[in-house]
Design a protein around this ligand. Structure first.
Ligand code: UGA
Ligand code: MN
Length: 251
């Protein structure tokens, strides 16, 4: 099966660094197709060129998050769900461009996480929905599905444990055929904080059907890392003196 990784992304100082980092991980993954969806009214030159030069098989899409759902600079990062319309557009693209007969697996790969290559070996055999631990998330060292006799029986998580699927986006993959057969399944832009993952998974599987990976969910192969926002104090000072850095040099 081919692995489709869906990555929402938006313009910010660390965007190129994040995309370079994960694209160079993905270069090591065989039979891989990267679907990059920009949260932007246009396809930007930065992302277009990065993809063209990446050496990866890719699809480049864009859709801007509606204003009323977009986080303002002053809002706390958790106030609104992020990357929702972008992931939904990628699902729509798959439904319009792929046949039910194709064997594939879909993974939602945010641009800031850290991915072990071993994760993709685990993902590839997904029959319906596979699950595994995610490191450095939910205020814990890791969150993970709890497995007994090869079946998921619950979740190790501290935050809102009563969610239907208390898992981070990085902790599951879905068979392409399941998504093509359930054409209405999508992420809910209005989902309450923490319920985004559940909003999609609820219409696709039950907990008993989940397929544990990574040695019965005892290995961490993906980390919910987040990059620090770079400080631009000196840049701003120099700009005021007309000595800002050369804007034609891309960062
Ligand atoms: C956590 C989860 O890991 C995300 O998968 C989930 O979308 C998010 O919470 C949520 O509740 O919406 P977190 O690290 O806080 O993630 O979110 P980000 O990494 O900032 O954003 C997730 C993805 O959406 C990233 O790929 C990011 O580039 C993209 N994004 C973020 C946009 O496309 N537009 C934005 O305005 C912000
Ligand atoms: Mn993130």
């Amino acid at each position: 099966p081919i692995i489709y990784a869906i990555t929402p992304t938006y313009a910010r100082l660390v965007q190129k660094a994040e995309l370079v980092r994960i694209s160079q991980t993905f270069l090591h993954v065989k039979n891989f197709h990267w679907i990059v969806v920009e949260d932007s009214p246009v396809k930007t030159q930065l992302v277009s060129e990065l993809l063209a030069q990446s050496g990866l098989r890719f699809t480049h899409l864009h859709t801007e998050t509606p204003k009323e759902h977009k986080r303002k600079e002053s809002d706390p990062n958790w106030l609104k769900p992020r990357g929702v319309e972008q992931r939904n557009l990628a699902l729509q693209w798959l439904r319009e461009n792929r046949e039910l007969s194709e064997e594939g697996v879909v993974y939602f790969a945010d641009d800031d996480n850290t991915y072990s290559l071993r994760l993709f070996d685990e993902i590839r055999s997904t029959k319906r929905v596979s699950v595994w631990p995610v490191g450095l998330v939910g205020g814990l060292r890791f969150e993970r599905p709890l497995v007994e006799k090869g079946r998921v029986v619950g979740f190790y998580t501290a935050w809102k444990p009563n969610r239907p699927f208390p898992m981070d986006m990085a902790g599951f993959a879905i068979a392409l055929q399941l998504l093509l057969a359930n054409r209405e399944a999508r992420f809910d832009l209005l989902a309450e904080r923490g319920y985004l993952e559940s909003s999609l998974l609820q219409s696709l599987v039950s907990i008993e059907e989940l397929e544990p990976r990574a040695d019965n969910c005892t290995k961490v192969l993906v980390w919910h890392t987040r990059s620090e926002k770079p400080k631009m104090k000196q840049e701003e000072l120099l700009q005021k003196q007309g000595l800002g850095s050369d804007p034609s040099i891309e960062v």
